[in-house]
Design a binder for this molecule. Structure first.
Ligand code: PLP
Length: 453
């Protein structure tokens, strides 16, 4: 019979782990008190308050696959800044590039030779012919949507239930019995979702066809496999259907590879031969410096450049970009990441370790008969508290268990293993070792043994 996790026992373990955390982290406790005096919510980004700890863990430093807290404890970092540090903390090549370019100046509103090299490297790696920069994946998605609206003259953005693409207003939507509402926890922000959004379940070709039939959808914004509600892989044939249906409806397709870049050096797009109109990648692309890129077809680039060309405007904004976008420092670091860090050899190492992690977690699940499952997308693993791989966001959401998640994550953190706070994602970087992976597997096993005892 499948083992069940008793909520009362989980509460008890959570309380014990909170106590343990308080004993281990006196310096973080002091800094948390200090932080509350000047930062709203005590942290510079409210997400940093969302770890399952009684107060935030303050970082002292980080190198490779390791984070050290301000009390001197070391952690195997499998969160990796929720993907921003997917190529490791303070990677030697990235560090040297930052130092080298710091001496040449950061930003001047002038293009650099590094920018040309970045364009060429992105073209070769991902296949799309023309590129632009942004400062975050959120912004890149906003610009991609704007471009699709210009190209089609339509307003609606279609997303998949359970998605996350950054703080992009139109995407913070749920379908409540046929009405589009802001998703729980996000304010409406004056958005008329019925006019500008559409939402369907992933992997449902009929629902997609129906949603596109009105001819009013500017673009589908999709991760090629969902990663923000656990991993939801695309079923066989879904991407072909998605591309055919969007083309037939005159709808543009944006593939957001911000997380699925874990698949391989060319992302899911190259590994599965996808053919999007726009391709978005952020987070790790400049080794942790805020940056993102979006690639586009010649046709989409024509739309963008027609619209933004200088004769067209009294203003040079055009709704795209930002003062620090494409700055010289970022481009130099991004070039280094593309040339020296995101290499096939680095991916071979990361994917090998992720396979080891997958096998270890699978063994723990089977031995304790937990009725969970683990999925891997290249260098990224994810375990979900349900026996089978979800087919869509709705199924993945039903497998969530916030109490179990919080207790597990705090237990692991107290044993020197960091997982991203939002779900059970386990990510490898080039500096991760087999011993790091095994430490996570052993701590997971210990957790399960403790809760089931
Ligand atoms: C798929 C995807 N796209 C975009 C974003 C937004 O990235 P950022 O917060 O760096 O803007 C995220 C963030 O988690 C994401 O998962």
């Amino acid at each position: 019979m499948t083992a069940t996790m008793d909520p009362a026992r989980l509460e008890q373990v959570l309380a014990e782990e909170e106590e343990r955390y308080r004993r281990r982290t006196p310096r973080s406790a002091e800094l948390a008190v200090e932080g509350r005096r000047s930062l709203a919510g005590g942290v510079p980004l409210h997400w940093m308050g969302n770890w399952p700890t009684p107060y935030p863990l303050f970082m002292g430093g980080a190198a490779g696959a390791q984070v050290t807290d301000v009390d001197g404890h070391e952690y195997v970092d499998l969160c990796l800044g929720d993907t921003g540090a997917m190529f490791g903390h303070a990677h030697p090549a990235v560090r040297e590039a930052m130092i080298r370019h710091a001496r040449r100046g950061a930003t001047a509103m002038l293009p650099t030779a590094d920018g040309n090299a970045v364009g060429r490297l992105l073209q070769e790696r991902f296949g799309l012919p023309l590129w632009q920069l942004a400062t975050s994946a959120t912004d890149a998605n906003r610009f991609a949507i704007r471009m699709c609206r210009l190209a089609t003259g339509r307003d609606k953005v279609l997303v998949f239930a359970g998605k996350y693409h950054g703080s992009v207003d139109e995407t913070h939507v749920v379908d409540v019995n046929g009405r589009l509402e802001p998703q729980p926890g996000v304010s409406r922000n004056a958005v008329d979702f019925d006019r500008v959004s559409a939402v369907v379940e992933f992997n449902d070709v009929d629902a997609l066809e129906k949603a596109l039939a009105g001819g009013d959808v500017a673009c589908v914004l999709a991760e090629p496999a969902m990663t923000n509600i656990g991993i939801v892989p695309a079923v066989d044939g879904y991407h072909d259907a998605l591309r055919e249906l969007t083309r037939a409806a005159g709808t543009k397709l944006i593939i957001d590879e911000t997380h699925t870049i874990s698949t391989g050096p060319g992302g899911y797009t190259r590994a599965h031969d996808l053919d999007p109109d726009v391709f978005v990648l952020g987070k790790a692309i400049a080794g942790g410096i805020p940056a993102a890129v979006y690639g586009m077809t010649e046709e989409m680039a024509g739309t963008l450049t027609d619209y933004t060309r200088k004769e067209n405007h009294g203003s040079s904004h055009g709704g795209f970009g930002g003062t620090l976008v494409g700055n010289a420092l970022t481009l130099h670091v991004m070039r280094t990441v593309l040339e020296e860090v995101m290499t096939p050899a680095a991916y071979d190492h990361m994917i090998g370790l992720a396979s080891r992690c997958e096998a270890g977690v699978q063994e723990v699940i089977a031995r304790h008969d937990l009725g969970w499952h683990v999925t891997r997308l290249g260098a990224r693993c994810e375990y979900l508290f349900a026996p089978s791989v979800p087919r869509n966001g709705g199924e993945a959401k039903a497998a969530r268990n916030p109490l179990l998640n919080a207790t597990l994550h705090l237990f692991l953190l107290n044993r020197g293993v960091l997982l991203t706070p939002f779900h059970s994602m386990v990510l490898m970087c080039p500096a991760t070792t087999a011993a790091d992976v095994d430490r996570h597997t052993a701590a997971l096993d210990e957790f399960v043994g403790t809760v089931l005892a």
